[in-house]
Design a protein around this ligand. Structure first.
Ligand code: SAM
Length: 269
């Protein structure tokens, strides 16, 4: 852990980042662009759109309170919102944040250095989560993930869930969300934007639209089959195949026709 001492003798703690230049994924550059604060202020736009914020909050709420010392993995930690919520709900837990993008890990580093509960309790690792994780088997008390798995194809998602099952201790939870039911990425984004407009968040929407070229690339990636948007049943089956049990849909976000397009789910090792 790093500990720099400032002039007033204060400790300017920052979570350490373990960089891994060999970590690669075909969408890595897109994630670096998305996490680049110069190009796209994720925190001030996307995350504050009401729908994405509700989803993120519902996911954080679905993580049970944990004992001090418990180890949590936030896979695809991004700028660290989920981790911040977990640290506040369960002070004293340890968090390992995995992410492919150095730009996002730097955002997490900045954000978490401002969170007192994070001090000495968080480490950040650059890693492609579709590859075996640098984490011991049966050593983790909870795995959480917000808005990550859907950017991977079906084989990759299966590999990710197998790693989740491998690292979790028996009986411990995995909480995640995903787009579901093949609702196209563009339709989900349009719905999110419409609700943000209705909520009077035009400025956020304008910022988001400014960055649509980056967002569109994800839509294109999805269309090329690079991303898998499962049915709820397919998602449950992938969890089961990985060795996870008691799959439960905790929250559903539905279209006007009442079809779920985003779900928060929890299963247990
Ligand atoms: C939409 S962001 C969500 C970030 C964060 N979970 C949040 O709630 O704000 C997706 C994150 O997943 C990361 N990611 C995507 N594919 C990955 C992979 N194969 N390995 C590790 N991280 C990945 C991205 O870099 C990005 O930080």
């Amino acid at each position: 852990m790093t500990a720099d001492h400032g002039p007033a003798g204060e400790t300017n703690w920052q979570p350490p980042i373990k960089e891994n230049p060999l970590a690669e994924h075909r969408l890595r550059q897109l994630w670096e662009d998305y996490g680049d604060e110069e190009k796209f202020i994720y925190e001030n736009t996307y995350i504050w759109l009401p729908e994405t914020r509700e989803m993120w909050q519902a996911t954080a709420d679905a993580v049970p309170a944990l004992q001090p010392g418990a180890l949590v993995v936030d896979m695809g930690i991004g700028p660290g919102f989920m981790t911040t919520e977990i640290l506040k709900k369960s002070p004293g837990v340890k968090i390992t944040g995995l992410d492919i993008s150095i730009n996002f890990l730097k955002q997490a580093q900045n954000k978490l250095s401002q969170v007192p509960e994070a001090r000495e309790n968080v480490e950040l690792i650059q890693h492609d989560i579709t590859q075996p994780w640098p984490i011991d088997s049966a050593s983790v008390d909870a795995v959480v993930s917000n808005w990550v798995t859907q950017y991977h194809d079906a084989d990759e998602q299966q590999r990710i869930f197998s790693e989740v099952a491998r690292v979790l201790k028996p009986g411990c939870p995995f909480v995640m969300n995903s787009m579901v039911n093949k609702i196209p990425f563009g339709a989900v984004v349009s719905g999110i934007i419409a609700k943000a407009n209705a909520a009077g968040l035009q400025e956020n929407v304008a910022n988001y639209i400014k960055n649509v070229p980056i967002a569109q690339k994800f839509g294109e990636a999805a269309q090329k089959g690079w991303a898998f948007n499962p049915t709820i049943e397919e998602l449950e089956n992938m969890h089961k195949k990985a060795g996870l049990k008691d799959f439960q849909v905790i929250t559903r976000f539905v279209t006007e026709q009442e079809i779920p397009y985003l779900v928060v789910v929890r299963s247990l090792r």
